[in-house]
Design a protein around this ligand. Structure first.
Ligand SMILES: Nc1ncnc2c1ncn2[C@@H]1O[C@H](COP(=O)(O)OP(=O)(O)OP(=O)(O)O)[C@@H](O)[C@H]1O
Ligand SMILES: [Mg+2]
Length: 373
């Protein structure tokens, strides 16, 4: 899939922007704080209806303005589509071919992006919440039902937590109500855990191969899902997950009363990465952590291709010139001729000359983009 054209109105530091893209590599070069990342963020918004760097959507609307518009014309297997996101004080609207989509889950997935940014190092060494967010975004891109179960699940956790907080004061007289929430929690939570385990299996298949290539066949990358519902056994079937969830919830009951919050479920789960069986977050060098994050992102490209039947659009924010020659080559080989790519950088100095020669280059200066080549 490709984006042919982007239009922005009152988005961040773009008053108005009209931009056409090359179907292969597009490099946005400019000094700091000129609006390079804002372009990638707008594309991310257009694909996932969320920003990759803030949950406060008001920040995306240009200062002193009341609304913001992002429009794209994209080409997918389904043909040419016009997609649009509008932000205003009334909230967010998503349109496909000018038709407003009632649910955002009907919109997400219409076209796919994979973003790789410096913050992605937190995937390996940051808090578990970054890894859960990664899972939720990436699975959500290819599975609208996952988004549905996730939103139900979050609502249930909130309600259940309110009830558990009450229990500490009102003594355990609402057990029936809690059991209703338990069964809902298990119903949606099990679907989420099941999807995540299978997604990671598929991702690992690709990431292993790619990581092996980048490290000259020296490093064997593996990925494990860590679930709070079972400490030593990773279930594979949904029925097993449901059973383990039920058992664990019973065992955790007293502790949950005491703490007044939901202690088990996918909102407490995590992922661990291993290189040659060593835990990456604890033992790996900075370079190995960066390579792990890169392997994951490249694996995602392949996984989306496998699931959707088309390659996503790749967004590389400030990362290409940071990679050494081998990693740049591996990356370019992966995307060669098949993945439309948007790259931001303050300087083209660190980028391979062959890559530069086949790219379209744009200059970004204070919210104005000019095509150089
Ligand atoms: N809501 C907004 N309205 C107007 N301008 C904004 C808004 N939000 C951010 N900006 C401006 O956008 C600019 C930052 O843009 P962006 O993050 O794209 O920079 P960049 O070119 O990627 O820089 P760097 O190289 O440092 O990453 C800043 O000048 C900031 O003041
Ligand atoms: Mg930036």
């Amino acid at each position: 899939m490709f984006i042919n054209h982007l239009y922005l109105k009152n988005y961040r530091n773009y008053n108005e922007l009209e931009l056409s893209f090359d179907q292969q590599i597009n490099i946005f070069q400019g000094n700091n704080a000129q609006g390079k990342t804002n372009i990638l963020e707008a594309l991310y918004m257009l694909s996932l209806t969320k920003s990759h760097r803030t949950s406060k959507e008001k920040e995306l609307v240009q200062w002193d303005q009341s609304f913001s518009v992002i429009k794209g014309s994209i080409s997918t297997r389904r043909g040419k589509l016009n997609v649009e996101i509008q932000l205003s004080s009334k909230g967010k609207k998503a349109k496909i071919n000018h038709l407003e989509q009632r649910k955002l889950s009907d919109y997400i997935g219409i076209f796919n992006v994979v973003m790789f940014a410096p913050e992605d190092l937190t995937l390996v060494k940051g808090n578990p919440q970054y890894r859960r967010r990664f899972l939720d975004i990436e699975i959500g891109q290819v599975s609208p039902t996952y988004i549905y179960h996730l939103s139900q699940y979050h609502k249930i956790v909130k309600q259940r937590n309110n009830l558990l907080k009450d229990f500490t004061q009102e003594k355990k007289n609402k057990i029936d109500l809690l059991e209703i929430w338990d069964s809902q929690l298990i119903k949606h939570g099990s679907k989420i855990i099941y999807k995540r385990i299978h997604f990671l299996k598929q991702l690992e298949k690709w990431a292993k191969q790619i990581h092996y290539g980048i490290t000259n066949e020296k490093e064997d990358l593996s990925i494990r899902y860590l679930t709070s519902i079972s400490s030593n056994f990773l279930p594979e079937e949904e029925t097993e997950i449901i059973e383990l969830f039920k058992e664990k919830i019973k065992k955790t009951r007293e502790q949950e009363f005491y703490r007044g919050t939901t202690l088990i479920g996918p909102h407490r789960d995590d992922i661990t990465f291993y290189i040659n069986k060593n835990h990456v977050a604890s033992f790996a060098s900075q370079g190995q952590q960066r390579t792990t994050a890169l392997s994951l992102k490249l694996a995602e490209i392949e996984l989306i291709h496998e699931e959707v039947g088309e390659y996503p659009i790749l967004l590389l924010d400030d990362v290409l010139s940071e990679l050494d020659h081998i990693r740049q080559t591996q990356l370019i080989q992966t995307i060669e001729d098949k993945v439309q790519t948007l790259i931001t950088t303050t300087s083209t100095d660190g980028i391979d000359i062959q890559t530069l020669n086949r790219s379209s280059i744009y200059h970004v200066d204070n919210g104005i983009v000019t095509s150089q080549k």
